[in-house]
Ligand binder design. Structure first.
Ligand code: TPP
Length: 543
């Protein structure tokens, strides 16, 4: 009979986990020992729990499977809450495994260190930011509980919480079963697919809008193929940027409403039918839009539901819907192909002695991709994410909806842990929060390339409130610190230096590269400038 610790690790692997991120503490030390000694999954320890959550989230996004974050009771777990909140908001199935006191300790009469109000305060908090929870206090029921929460994580693509009391690690248990995926009712799936196809057949200018759930549910390729079959143009949302990389024949670009390419916005806003697949109906995706919530022209498939006009098909997973549409599509005459005109991204940076503007970074990266091939990316929230919209469509993990700072660097470490080499975009404010996690790259031989937008400013806030002096930050000379934490740092101030530093970084393997790009305060990418103008105009209209 396996122990609960080994059964849990085997179950994580069975359900698609490929690595573990964590920080130990006494309540989780016995489990960490098993993690290390069993060798079931490789583990990566980081410096601060928010980064553990971001790394697990990004690894999950890139793998299209569960991510794992292991932390200690209380002080560790509460440090993780914000990252898991972000994972919940952005539909990322991170499995939180939190240590906890054993049964005897719970009734000792003492307050336990790391305890807040009651012993179960931690569970209560995580109930708000996870979709299912299990507290492993009974060896007889623990395997079934683990199986249930892991299925929930995969079915709902949301974080789950497993509380692992430290006295349970060696309990003998049965292996954890893998529960079958619950599929859609075939009748509902077919009826829904037929209804949508009939609407497409009647529409004059239909368009498909896709967002992160198509990756979370592993149907990205199928959605691309369906769009091709139906002759529909596809746009990604802001949050969904990076989806369908390589499907340039169907992807017209990223829809940014008033902040984006006017032709692309007209394609979406002028459509008489908008098929939204896996879309988060958020303000960051659609605040600058005029009519994206009009039920008369929208079909919205999200969160295992499909809303058509004013009615809803419940419990209809996206994967079933897409396969239903594919199966029935042949009965409808194909439309003439309309893929939009595609996006043109800036190229050919003049490598001269001019100061660097944010959009120059996009140009330099596009040039780099032309020479060396595309790289996967992570980005933080800040102008760096808006600049990412000017870079070729390449895989991207970023907090485009939850917009929590500090994601970029640890997410890059999470992606590097999956075996890819990411390019990380981050602002100096966000780097101050989690940039030091780069010091963990050396131990694991990870070599992300980090492009740090140093404008000595919280520029995203300045654009909305230029009069406030609190948006001024000091110059921390980040590149100077890279060497002492095991990487190579370069500070660049001209376009020529930027292009050369990127080239050197891509050729340098085995250590992280930090390119600190000095930008004047007040300079933003063209995309952010348009976003701010559009946002302010929208706010005026709401008054
Ligand atoms: N705290 C968190 C965790 N997340 C946030 N989004 C904010 C605060 C509010 N906020 C949004 S953007 C921003 C702040 C403080 C400034 C970001 O600064 P920086 O990373 O330097 O990027 P820049 O805006 O200069 O491009």
């Amino acid at each position: 009979m396996p122990t609960l610790a080994t059964a849990l690790l085997d179950a994580l692997e069975d359900h698609g986990a490929r690595e573990i991120f964590g920080i130990p503490g006494d309540f989780v030390l016995p489990f960490f020992k098993v993690i290390e000694e069993s060798g079931t999954l490789p583990y990566f320890t980081l410096s601060h729990e928010p980064a553990v959550g971001f790394a697990a989230d990004a690894a999950s996004r890139y793998r299209g499977s569960i991510g794992v974050a292991v932390v200690t009771y209380g002080a560790g777990a509460f440090n993780l809450v914000n990252s898991i909140a972000g994972a919940y908001a952005e539909r990322s199935p991170v499995v939180v495994i939190a240590g906890a006191p054993g049964a005897r300790e719970r009734t000792s009469g003492y307050l336990l260190h790391h305890q807040v109000r009651t012993v179960d305060t931690q569970l209560a908090v995580f109930k708000e930011v996870t979709c299912d929870q299990a507290v492993l206090t009974d060896p007889a029921t623990a395997p079934a509980e683990i199986a249930r929460v892991l299925r929930s994580a995969l079915e709902l693509s949301l974080p789950v919480y497993i509380e692992f009391p430290r006295d349970m690690v060696d309990a003998k248990v049965d292996p954890v079963p893998k529960l079958p995926r619950r599929e859609a009712d075939a009748g509902a799936r077919d009826e829904c697919a037929e209804e949508i196809l009939a609407r497409i057949a009647k529409a004059k200018s239909p368009v498909m809008v896709v967002d992160v759930e198509i990756r979370r549910y592993g149907v990205e390729q199928q959605v691309g193929a369906l769009a091709r079959k139906l002759g529909l143009p596809v746009v990604t949302t802001f949050m969904g940027r990076g989806l369908l990389e390589g499907d340039d024949d169907v992807v017209a670009g990223t829809y940014l409403g008033a902040a984006g390419d006017p032709d692309l916005s007209a394609l979406v806003e002028g459509a008489d039918l908008v098929l939204m697949f896996g879309v988060i109906l958020s303000d960051t995706n659609f605040a600058l839009s005029s009519n994206m919530t009009d039920p008369r022209r929208t079909v919205l498939a999200t969160g295992r539901e499909v809303q058509i006009g004013h009615h809803v098909y419940r419990d209809l997973p996206l994967a079933d819907l897409i396969s239903g549409l594919d199966a029935h599509a042949d009965q409808h005459p194909p439309r003439p192909r309309n893929a939009g005109k595609g996006m043109a991204y800036p190229r050919g940076l003049a490598a001269d002695a001019s100061p660097i503007a944010p959009s120059d970074i996009a140009t330099a990266i596009n040039d780099l991709f032309d020479r060396h091939g595309k790289m996967p990316m992570t980005a933080d929230i800040g102008d760096c994410l808006f600049t990412a919209m000017e870079i070729d469509n390449t895989a991207l993990a970023a907090p485009g909806y939850y917009a929590g700072m500090g994601f970029g660097v640890p997410a890059g470490i999470g992606v590097a842990a999956t075996g890819l080499r990411p390019l990380v975009l981050v602002g100096d404010g966000a780097f101050q929060m989690t940039g030091w996690e780069l010091g963990n790259c050396k131990r694991y031989g990870l070599d992300p390339i980090v492009v740090l937008f140093n404008n000595c400013s919280w520029e995203m806030l300045r654009v909305f409130q230029p009069e406030s002096k609190f948006n001024d930050l000091d110059d921390w000379h980040f590149a100077d610190i890279a060497k002492s934490i095991g990487g190579v740092g370069e500070r660049v101030t001209t376009r020529a230096e930027l292009a050369a530093a990127l080239q050197r970084a891509v050729e340098r393997r085995g250590v992280f590269s930090l390119i600190e790009v000095m930008l004047p305060r007040g300079a933003t990418s063209q995309t952010l400038a348009r976003f701010v103008t559009g946002f302010k105009a929208a706010r005026e209209r709401m008054k």
